[in-house]
Design a protein around this ligand. Sequence first.
Ligand SMILES: NC(=O)c1ccc[n+]([C@@H]2O[C@H](COP(=O)([O-])OP(=O)(O)OC[C@H]3O[C@@H](n4cnc5c(N)ncnc54)[C@H](O)[C@@H]3O)[C@@H](O)[C@H]2O)c1
Length: 75
Amino acid sequence: MILDNLRNTSLRALDALENILGKRPAFVEADIRDRDAVARTLRAYNVGSVVHFAGLKAVGESVEMPFEYYDNNIR
Ligand SMILES: NC(=O)c1ccc[n+]([C@@H]2O[C@H](COP(=O)([O-])OP(=O)(O)OC[C@H]3O[C@@H](n4cnc5c(N)ncnc54)[C@H](O)[C@@H]3O)[C@@H](O)[C@H]2O)c1
């Protein structure tokens, strides 16, 4: 299953994954900083392991909004 806040993607990515995988992955729109939503999702899908790619990575934007990047990527 995939959890993403859709900040830098769209639901169309799920269409592409469905084409590749042959089935549509479960999706939850949530922010990883929302502890309750993450905990609810881990329980609901009985998640045993996590691959964490939810980060912001645009160099210019990170200079314009360093605190947002710190909050998202570090906190
Ligand atoms: N693409 C590369 O070649 C590469 C190489 C090495 C490391 N990385 C690192 O891997 C991570 C992901 O890179 P990517 O290329 O897949 O980036 P990406 O922007 O394509 O994907 C990141 C996803 O995380 C989501 N996201 C961001 N903040 C979130 C939050 N707070 N809660 C929920 N979802 C959130 C975005 O909406 C996006 O869909 C970054 O940390 C990047 O620095 C990427």
